[in-house]
Design a protein around this ligand. Structure first.
Ligand code: AMP
Length: 177
């Protein structure tokens, strides 16, 4: 994890927004990285370098910001891409999982036929905070018949110990805060 923390250039492209979306949260804004051609290229390259040994058949991206890195990472690794979506967005039959947020609950859905039985699946998102969303995503992948081979994140917020909620598979991150 965080092998690339010395990568000052990439870190500098992530903007910190204090008190968003609520007081006390420091939001790690990756839009400033995405718009930078070198930053975007490096981000995908580093995610690839961290995750390719897991040999996924599919990269599963968590809506919404997992969609910003997932497909490019899938191309780099030579995998397909599957979206894990918020409720009511997917048109065909779905599996769903409900999970707890700090306030309230949320739900992720996947198409029932998205994953061939036993396919190797890497779950990807921009940020891991408490790990609740990623844990639910991993359970959903398993429910849909996939073999969860690990997680990849561009950013890991270490103090929140999210990886402790993701037992049994490798958790890879590029930048740690
Ligand atoms: P969590 O379930 O707590 O790991 O966080 C879930 C989602 O919230 C992830 O998809 C992150 O993209 C987003 N998130 C949580 N905390 C932050 C933060 N400080 N900055 C940016 N995104 C965040």
């Amino acid at each position: 994890m965080g092998l690339l923390n010395q990568d000052a250039d990439l870190r500098a492209l992530v903007r910190a927004i204090p008190d968003f979306p609520q007081p006390g949260i420091v939001f790690r804004d990756i839009t400033t990285l995405l718009r930078d051609r070198s930053g975007l290229q490096q981000a995908i390259q580093h995610l690839h370098d961290q995750c390719h040994d897991l040999r996924p058949d599919l990269v599963a991206g968590i809506e919404a910001r997992g969609f910003l890195f997932g497909p490019a990472l899938a191309v780099a690794i030579g995998a397909g891409f599957v979206p894990l979506r918020k409720p009511g967005k997917l048109p065909a039959a779905t599996h769903a999982i409900d999970y707890d947020l700090e306030y309230g609950t949320d739900r992720l859905e996947i198409h029932r036929d998205a994953i061939h039985p036993g396919a190797r699946v890497l779950v990807i998102d921009d940020v891991i905070a408490t790990g609740g969303t990623a844990a639910a995503a991993g359970q959903l992948v398993a429910q849909a018949g996939g073999t969860l081979v690990g997680y990849g994140f561009l950013i890991e917020l270490l103090a929140l110990r999210g990886r402790d909620r993701l037992p049994d598979v490798p958790v890879r991150s590029v930048l740690v805060y």
